[in-house]
Design a protein around this ligand. Structure first.
Ligand SMILES: Nc1nc2c(ncn2[C@@H]2O[C@H](COP(=O)(O)OP(=O)(O)OP(=O)(O)O)[C@@H](O)[C@H]2O)c(=O)[nH]1
Ligand SMILES: [Mg+2]
Length: 487
C-alpha cells in the first residue's frame, strides 16, 4: 500500500516490511505500536453502514482500503466514471448485483483517492436510499465483492495510523458524535479542529525548553555556559499551573458533555409531576389530586440553560403500608442518592409536610421550592423559592437556580479557553503537571540535575501519550470503541 501524506511536519516511519506492506506515518508512532498490532492489516478493504440502522430517506455505506475504488467498480454501473475521479469527486450511478445483473439501488458515490478522505486511504462512500431491505442488500453486496466488515472505531483507527489525526482528534470524533448539547458540540468541534493538539504541542515545547537548558548544564562545565544556570523553577511551576487549568476544564466538559441528573422529589401531591410537565412543555406525567399518583419514576432528556440534563419525576414520599408505593419510594430514595441536584418540591399551601424525615435539608444538592403560591395570598416567610406551576410563576427563577447550582460545581480554570471531556486527557495533563512540580521540588531540595531531568522526560511522555506519539494497546482499545488492535 502506498502511504498517504500525513500532517505536514509528521515524520515518515515505516514498518520495515513486517507483516504485509503497510506503513505508518505518525507523530512518532513507536515500534511498540507496530509490535502490538502485528496481526492488524491495513492492506484489506473494509466497509460499514455509517448511518443508524433503521428506515430513513438516505443512508451511507462507507468503504475504505487500498483497493476500495477497484472493488467498488465491480458493483457499480459506471466503473469508468469511478476510476476517472482524480483526487475526490461525486459519481451518480447504480449499485448492481453482478450475478443477476439486477439494479440494487440508485446511489451517489463519493470517491476519495488516497490521502484525500477521512482514513487517508482510498475510499468510496455510497449515499443510498434508507430502506432496511435495500441497506441489507448493499451490505451483502460489499461483503460478496471482497470488502471486510469494519469493527466499531476502525475507520478512525485507520485515520490515526495513517497520520490523518492524532489521538485528541480521534477522541473528539466520538465526543462530537455523542454531544448532548450545542455547547458540547462546539467544544468537541474545537478539539477536532486541532486546538487541543496545538495546545499540547505548546506545552511540550515549554517542557523541552526547560529540559534543553538543563541538558546543556549537564553536558558542559559551569564556566563554559554563559547566562543563567540552575533549574527554572518559575517556568516549571507556571507550566504545571497551566496544565492543571486545562485538566480542570474537564469538569465543564463533563457538565456540557455528559450532563447532570436533576431529580424532582418531595411529598405526595406537592406538584412534582405538574412541574415535570411544565419544564418539559409536555404532558408526560399523570397529574391528579390523589396522593400517590406517581408510583414509579419517569425520566427524560432535557436541556436546562444549555446544560443537558436527565430529569426525573418521582413517587411522592409519605408513610405508606402499600407495597407498590413502598417500592416506588425506595426508587425515589435511590435516585436522590445519585442526583446532582434534588429539587425538593413542597406544597406551599399546607403547613406541615411529611417528607422531612426522608431528606436532609443541609444537603448542598438541594433546591427547595414551595409550590402552589397561587393558593396563598401572602407567601410564608420560608427559605427557598416560591413557585406556582398552575400560573407558571417563579419557574424561570427555578431554572436559573438549577443552572447556577450546576455551574457553581465547575472549578475555576484560570483563563483557559479550551475545554476537555475525556478522563484520559485529564489524567495525562495532571500527570505531566505533577512531574513538573516534582522536578521543582527536587531542585529545591538539592537533588542532582540529571534526576530532575528524568521528571521532565516523564512530563514529556505524559504529553506524548495524549496525542498518541507514545501509546499503548490499552489506550488504543479504549479510544477506538473497543476495537481490538491485533486480535
Ligand atoms: N393550585 C395549584 N394546584 C397545583 C399546582 N401545582 C400542582 N397542583 C395540583 O396539585 C395536585 C397534585 O399535583 P401532582 O403534580 O400530581 O403532584 P405530585 O407531587 O406529582 O403528586 P404524587 O404523584 O402523588 O406524588 C394536582 O391536582 C395539581 O393540579 C399549583 O401551582 N397550584
Ligand atoms: Mg406525581
Amino acid at each position: 500500500m502506498n502511504p498517504v501524506r500525513p500532517m505536514d511536519e509528521a515524520p515518515q516511519w515505516s514498518n520495515g516490511g513486517c507483516n504485509g506492506s503497510w506503513k505508518v506515518y505518525a507523530h512518532g508512532v513507536s515500534s511498540d505500536i507496530l509490535a502490538m498490532m502485528e496481526n492488524y492489516r491495513t492492506d484489506d478493504d473494509i466497509f460499514a453502514l455509517a448511518t443508524p440502522w433503521g428506515e430513513s430517506a438516505l443512508a451511507v455505506v462507507r468503504t475504505s482500503g487500498p483497493r476500495a475504488v477497484e472493488k467498488s467498480c465491480l458493483m457499480f454501473s459506471r466503473p469508468g466514471a469511478l476510476r476517472a475521479v482524480g483526487t475526490a469527486g461525486l459519481v451518480h450511478g447504480f449499485l448492481m448485483d453482478r450475478l443477476t445483473g439486477e439494479k440494487v439501488d440508485e446511489v451517489m458515490a463519493s470517491v476519495y483517492r488516497e490521502g484525500h478522505g477521512y482514513t487517508g486511504e482510498e475510499a468510496v462512500e455510497f449515499s443510498c436510499h434508507g430502506s432496511l431491505d435495500g441497506i441489507k442488500r448493499i451490505l451483502r453486496l460489499c461483503a460478496d465483492t471482497g470488502f471486510r466488515p469494519a469493527s466499531p472505531g476502525e475507520f478512525t483507527f485507520r485515520a490515526f495510523i495513517h497520520g490523518r489525526m492524532d489521538l485528541t482528534k480521534a477522541e473528539a470524533v466520538q465526543e462530537l458524535v455523542s454531544a448532548r448539547s450545542s455547547r458540547a458540540r462546539v467544544m468537541a468541534l474545537d478539539r477536532l479542529g486541532g486546538a487541543l493538539f496545538s495546545r499540547i504541542e505548546q506545552f511540550k515545547q515549554q517542557v523541552l525548553t526547560i529540559l534543553s537548558g538543563i541538558e546543556v548544564q549537564l553536558d558542559y562545565a559551569e564556566d563554559e555556559i554563559g547566562g543563567d544556570t540552575g533549574f527554572p523553577v518559575g517556568e516549571s511551576i507556571a507550566t504545571a499551573t497551566a496544565l492543571e487549568n486545562l485538566a480542570a476544564s474537564w469538569h465543564a466538559g463533563q457538565l456540557y458533555g455528559s450532563g447532570a441528573r436533576v431529580v424532582l422529589a418531595g411529598a405526595t401531591n406537592a406538584g412534582k409531576s405538574s412541574l415535570f410537565n411544565l419544564l418539559l412543555k409536555d404532558e408526560r406525567a399523570i397529574v391528579s389530586d390523589i396522593h400517590g399518583t406517581t408510583r414509579d419514576y419517569l425520566e427524560v432528556e432535557a436541556e436546562i440553560d444549555g446544560i443537558p440534563v436527565r430529569l426525573y419525576d418521582t413517587a411522592g414520599l409519605r408513610e405508606s403500608a402499600d407495597t407498590i408505593e413502598g417500592e416506588g419510594m425506595r426508587r425515589t430514595m435511590h435516585l436522590m442518592e445519585q442526583a446532582d441536584i434534588i429539587v425538593l418540591v413542597k406544597d406551599g399551601s399546607v403547613e406541615k409536610q411529611s417528607q422531612e424525615e426522608y431528606i436532609h435539608e443541609d444537603d448542598n444538592r438541594l433546591i427547595v421550592v414551595h409550590n402552589k403560591s397561587d393558593l396563598r395570598s401572602k407567601p410564608l416567610e420560608l427559605s427557598g423559592l416560591w413557585i406556582s406551576v398552575k400560573k407558571g410563576e417563579g419557574i424561570s427563577a427555578l431554572v436559573e437556580a438549577i443552572a447556577l447550582r450546576l455551574r457553581s460545581r465547575v472549578p475555576e480554570n484560570g483563563d483557559e479557553a479550551l475545554v476537555i471531556e475525556s478522563n484520559r486527557q485529564r489524567d495525562g495533563l495532571y500527570a505531566a503537571a505533577q512531574a513538573l512540580r516534582r522536578a521543582a521540588a527536587m531542585d529545591a531540595s538539592g537533588v542532582p540535575l540529571d534526576i530532575v531531568a528524568a521528571e521532565l522526560h516523564a512530563a514529556l511522555r505524559s504529553l506524548g501519550e495524549l496525542t498518541g506519539e507514545v501509546t499503548s494497546e490499552d489506550v488504543l482499545e479504549r479510544i477506538f470503541s473497543g476495537f481490538c488492535v491485533g486480535k
